[in-house]
Write a protein that binds this ligand. Structure first.
Ligand code: S3P
Length: 165
């Protein structure tokens, strides 16, 4: 059975929305970043600062494979998962849902967040955001425009779209 995988930029609510969808559908849920920290015993910031982004991406695709093999059905991913071609292929085999927001809203949410090693300058974040949009678009099966919608409303929209595909 296909897994429901939430994708989108940092701050788009992949974790909270994933949890909400899982509750409504009474399905098990896993957060990939949490899984990575549990497997390694290190925080995401520690992994980035000690080993760098390339190492984190290798770890991320390895953990994505493991989680997709497991029974967990709803998966919240990290914002940069679509920068690894192998992860894109794995997600395209599932039902990937892209939570889309304008950059301004995401920036307000993530600026200065110490737990997000890539949330540094506004310019570099906006650059990343722009370069990633086509990757989210090509990976997803469903895109949700989330601006102005509550978590519950987004979760319900996802469920209604799942029913028709
Ligand atoms: C990242 C997003 C983070 C986390 C890591 C890298 C990214 O997850 O995986 O800091 O490259 O966008 P969130 O999207 O949950 O913040």
């Amino acid at each position: 059975m296909k897994k429901i995988c939430l994708i989108g930029f940092m701050g788009s609510g992949k974790t909270t929305v994933g949890e909400a969808v899982a509750k409504l559908l009474h399905m098990p849920w896993v957060d990939l970043d949490t899984y990575i920290t549990q497997q390694t015993g290190a925080s995401i910031s520690q992994i980035f600062s000690e080993y760098g982004e390339a190492y984190f991406r290798e770890l991320e695709v390895k953990c994505l494979k493991e989680v997709l093999e497991d029974k967990k059905s709803i998966l919240s991913t990290g914002g940069g998962i679509i920068t690894t071609p192998a992860s894109i292929s794995l997600l395209q085999e599932q039902t990937a849902i892209y939570l889309a927001y304008p950059f301004e809203i995401l920036y307000e949410r993530i600026q200065g967040d110490k737990n997000r090693p890539l949330a540094v300058s506004r310019e570099s974040l906006e650059e990343r955001f722009k370069s990633r949009i086509p990757l989210y678009e090509k990976t997803c099966s469903i895109k949700i425009n989330c601006e102005g919608k509550s978590i519950n409303c987004i979760a319900e929209e996802i469920i209604s779209k799942l029913e028709i595909i």
